[in-house]
Design a protein around this ligand. Structure first.
Ligand code: AMP
Length: 629
């Protein structure tokens, strides 16, 4: 177990962690929906790093794939949002760690193509490649592009290589989303020492949570950005920030304030907005008005010969219903945490839209206390991440850090992939459960092989042990619900339990996770995972594409058997041909080829699958007893 201990007399941190040598820079990164930024601690002060122009610290979270194959990130990619939307990916954070099923109706909100073949798979984004064939990117790869550009930015600033980072995520991010963020960091060549909740980072930015007297304090973090709103209630217990509740609206933010202003002008002046360009222009003017009204009383401009005017009083009237919605969320968050306003010790303001004076006023009124708003609200999260990074680097001498696990623990899944269940740097003791299912019809046994390490393929990690969950009642693939629980105690003892929920069958093992591994070996495993990140990622993407293709081939075979009675010979032959092409691609090494063949097969079978369903439903209604499967 990595232990950080403090030698109080000497006022120095002793750091036994394999990678945490004192003095090396570890950076803090806020990977945001709209903008991202990187910060570090310099001369005891957290500072966000600007780009080449020396002023702009915000990097728009946008990636553009040019027709000639070039990839642009940030400010350079932004103009293509309007000129080449299908090749310009924004808001990728909304897709991170999500399956198509998770997105539901939101899929069509994006200007680019989000592929939707199977509800349960993680999403992919298709972008036309230079040769006209689609290229498929995972949100992880796209986020890695943004992280890489932040890495380059800070390396230029410092004049040295940076390989370790703390990255923030919203408090409500689930395991899959956190793991995806870690993977993105790794792919960008960053060893992600810790994933920190954004509200926790915001508290640290204001110095809350760094001192003993903060023990037991309760904090409300109000975060109103460009497109999202979150409120989190945190409590500091034994030096750990515990999230008591979160609330918010993933589609409410500064953009809605802009919309309210432009809607008002359109109605007041009876403007005709008949082109996308005019729509864009008036939104920009509305945003300018909003920003100006944060510091001045009125705003005037011209729009195609019409004078547009707005003063702060009227803006406040327009903003009120939206701000009231955020206050209602604060109220719900308090109720969920079973707290009252009096229980809140600190209120912290985060996100560009908290610059709106009415927002400040309403939040102050609601909580009945002054809010923390002296830091730049766009930078708070990154500054806090930098402070957490500095603590990890051992530079903050009076801060206590708790025990953490130095390497990820996980199990082997289909295709030899490592599925980390307890990520490295998790606090211990910890308990994590995850659900799995079988991949073969009638599967009776499930081998649970436990591994330790950071590489994507289990063969490159260290095997800790394995056991077999037997006597699973025969069921079709995908039906059994097998929960695997990892419980890691403070001494590094890992207990792994597997249980099939329908039958109640269970089996468990106890493993000493640290056994026989030296600090050097541990450091080597970490370095290995970084230097092989790109190859690992490619291998993982290939194995995932193959797994998906094999599943689809299996269901295609079942589909042909079940629907032989009505399918035409030509249709059967065509399906066979598409399936054969897919099987050939699966035998190859090109994930885009597999995805393209998969796309073709799915496109061909989709209408037939609908027809099969209609026929089964009709038959069931007639009482033929054919199950609609
Ligand atoms: P974020 O996602 O945190 O970067 O928030 C960006 C949002 O903050 C956008 O909607 C901006 O229009 C808004 N914003 C930035 N500056 C101001 C300002 N001075 N007054 C009001 N809103 C602002």
């Amino acid at each position: 177990m990595a232990k950080f201990s403090i030698d109080l007399q000497a006022g120095k941190v002793k750091d036994d962690d394999a990678v945490g040598s004192v003095g090396q820079v570890i950076v803090g990164i806020d990977l945001g929906t709209t903008n991202s930024l990187v910060a570090h601690v310099s001369n005891n002060q957290a500072v966000a790093v600007a780009g080449k122009d020396g002023k702009n610290v915000l990097v728009p979270s946008i990636v553009h794939f040019a027709e000639n194959g070039d990839v642009l990130v940030g400010e350079e990619a932004k103009p293509f949002l309007t000129t080449a939307p299908e090749r310009t990916i924004y808001s990728v954070k909304r897709l991170l760690g999500k399956s198509y099923g998770d997105l539901a109706g939101a899929r069509n909100r994006f200007g680019y193509r989000v592929i939707d073949e199977d509800e349960d798979r993680l999403v992919k984004i298709a972008v036309p490649g230079p040769d006209g064939e689609d290229r498929y990117y995972s949100p992880i790869e796209l986020s890695a592009r943004i992280l890489k550009s932040l890495k380059t930015r800070i390396e230029t600033e410092l004049g040295s290589e940076v390989s370790r980072a703390v990255i923030t995520v919203p408090a409500y991010f689930n395991d899959a989303q956190r793991q995806a963020t870690r993977d993105a960091g790794k792919l960008a060549g960053l060893d992600v020492l810790r994933i920190v909740n954004e509200p926790t980072a915001s508290s640290l930015a204001y110095g809350i949570g760094l001192r003993d007297e903060d023990e037991g304090r309760t904090i409300a973090v109000y975060d109103l950005g460009g497109g999202t709103f979150d409120v989190s209630i945190l409590r500091i217990e034994q030096g750990i920030f515990e999230v008591l509740s979160t609330n918010g609206d993933t589609f409410l933010g500064g953009d809605d304030l802009d919309q309210a202003i432009s809607d008002h002008w359109i109605k007041e002046k009876q403007l005709t907005i008949d082109t996308a360009q005019k729509r864009g222009e008036i939104r920009l003017l509305a945003e300018r008005a909003k920003k100006q009204l944060s510091s001045q009383d009125s705003f005037t401009t011209e729009f195609h010969g019409t004078t547009l005017y707005l003063d702060r009083d009227l803006a406040n009237v327009l903003f009120t219903p939206l701000i009231k919605r955020t206050i209602a969320s604060c109220d719900r968050a308090l109720k969920d945490a079973e707290l009252t306003i009096q229980d809140i010790d600190h209120v912290i303001m985060v996100g560009g839209s908290t610059r709106v004076p009415l927002v400040q006023k309403e939040v102050t009124n609601f909580f009945g206390k002054e809010v923390n708003n002296t830091l730049d609200p766009d930078q708070v999260v990154a500054l806090g991440a930098a402070i957490q990074a500095d603590v990890l680097a051992g530079n903050q001498t009076d801060v206590l850090l708790l025990d953490i696990t130095p390497l990820s623990l996980g199990i082997e899944t289909v295709g030899g992939l490592m599925d980390p269940i307890i990520p490295r740097n998790s606090k211990v003791p910890t308990r994590v459960g995850r659900k799995y299912t079988t991949s073969v019809d009638g599967q009776k046994n499930l081998k649970v092989a436990v591994f330790q390490g950071e590489r994507d393929m289990v063969k490159d990690n260290r095997k800790l042990g394995e056991f077999v969950l037997s006597d699973i009642p025969p069921m079709p693939a995908g039906i059994p619900q097998i929960e695997i629980q990892f419980y890691l105690d403070a001494d590094g003892i890992l207990r792994v339990k597997a249980m099939e929920h329908r039958s109640g069958q269970s089996q468990s093992v106890t493993i000493k996770s640290q056994y026989g591994i030296s600090e050097e070996e541990m450091a080597e495993m970490l370095i290995d995972s970084l230097s092989n990140a790109e190859t690992d990622m490619k291998n993982r993407a290939l194995v995932e594409a193959r797994n998906e293709a094999n599943n689809v081939l299996l269901s295609t075979r079942k589909f042909l058997e079940q629907n032989a009675s009505w399918l035409e010979v030509q249709q059967v032959n065509d399906i066979g041909e598409y399936a054969e092409k897919l099987a050939q691609a699966v035998a190859g090494e090109d994930k885009d080829a597999i995805n393209n063949r998969l796309d073709e097969l799915n496109r061909f079978t989709e209408p037939l699958a609908h027809e099969a369903l209609d026929r089964n439903v009709a038959a069931a209604i007639k009482g033929d007893g054919i199950s609609a499967k």
